[in-house]
Design a binder for this molecule. Structure first.
Ligand code: MLT
Ligand code: MN
Ligand code: ZN
Length: 305
């Protein structure tokens, strides 16, 4: 399978429009050690023709321009995106659906029913889209048997519920339920290769850990370096874990877990917040990740499994 990282930043992107943290300031000044990033999304294919988009970023139009493979130009109106899968109902993962409204058919949309509910009530994006292309909704089963998408041959998918947060506009904001956030394993049906994707991961739980151990490559939450990063900066009163994101450093942090995976597992962080010191390629934190064999996703990164 081929996976393209269309966007590697957390909500807000990098630089974030209103942020003057050291990273955002440095990237605006053109520092050679930091690269701008769009909000997280990946695309995957097994046959190099039919692609599934994971999350629809507010930056999708810029992302599509930067990856012409998704515009094969076989007809007046065309796209190689055959289906869209949403991991949650957050703004940074769903707003791009508005930008796909000119689609000639209904969008083949895969998301859990709780995500569909949020996107029909608190943020009624799917209702608005009905006035344009509309969607053909498919429930994402959370069973271990997984599922396939007829439009995307050669890939099989296994979704698992994650502990993270439902969005602020969700009717179940303070009662998180299984399905509000999912992680997904993409399996290449021909080779059996597995990629586990979870851009928002608040807690390591047994099913998540099992999926990570079974994967050839994990592409996981790299939002914040420390649990109190946003508090220390004065940017928020919430910890990383409060926001539904495991920090990389410290006890029970992402690095500690990634260290326990087999050496052959490729380990990549994605959904990097603009405040995270790992965005600075010259930082000691970036060097520390490197010494643990952990990569940092960037816009335009290709992963082949
Ligand atoms: C998150 O990942 O916590 C959310 O996407 C934040 C946001 O976009 O507001
Ligand atoms: Mn996010
Ligand atoms: Zn910033």
């Amino acid at each position: 399978m081929k996976v393209r990282v269309l966007g590697s930043a957390a909500g807000g992107g990098f630089p974030q429009w209103n942020c003057n943290c050291p990273n955002c300031s440095a990237v605006r000044k053109g520092s050679p050690h930091l690269q701008a990033r769009t909000q997280s999304s990946i695309a995957a294919t097994a046959d190099a023709t039919n692609w599934v988009l994971f999350n629809a970023s507010p930056d999708i139009l810029e992302q599509l321009k930067s990856f012409p493979t998704l515009q094969p130009a076989r007809a007046l109106r065309d796209t190689a995106i055959r289906a869209v899968f949403l991991m949650d109902a957050q703004i940074d993962h769903t707003t791009g659906l508005y930008m796909l409204r000119e689609h000639r058919q209904k969008l083949e949309l895969w998301c859990h029913s709780l995500v569909r509910e949020d996107l029909s009530t608190g943020n009624p994006l799917l209702k608005v889209l009905e006035h344009y292309c509309g969607v053909n909704w498919h429930e994402v089963p959370l069973s271990s048997a997984g599922f396939g998408m007829p439009e995307v041959p050669g890939l099989h998918f296994e979704a698992i519920p994650l502990t993270s947060n439902a969005p602020p506009y969700s009717p179940h904001r303070n009662q998180p339920q299984p399905g509000d956030n999912v992680g997904v394993t993409l399996v290449d049906a021909a080779t059996g290769k597995r990629l586990f994707y979870a851009p928002g991961l608040g807690q390591m739980e047994a099913p998540v850990w099992a999926a990570m151990q079974a994967a050839d490559c994990v592409l996981v939450d790299g939002t914040l370096w420390t649990n109190d990063e946003m508090i220390t900066l004065g940017a928020s009163r919430k910890t990383s874990r409060d926001m539904g994101h495991m920090p990389q450093s410290g006890p029970d942090g992402m690095m500690e877990w990634l260290d326990k995976l087999p050496a052959r597992t490729r380990k990549i962080l994605i959904h990097i917040n603009n405040t995270n010191p790992i965005l600075d390629e010259a930082s000691p934190q970036r060097a520390e990740l490197h010494s643990h064999g952990i990569e940092v996703a960037y816009d335009g990164m290709d992963i082949e499994l």
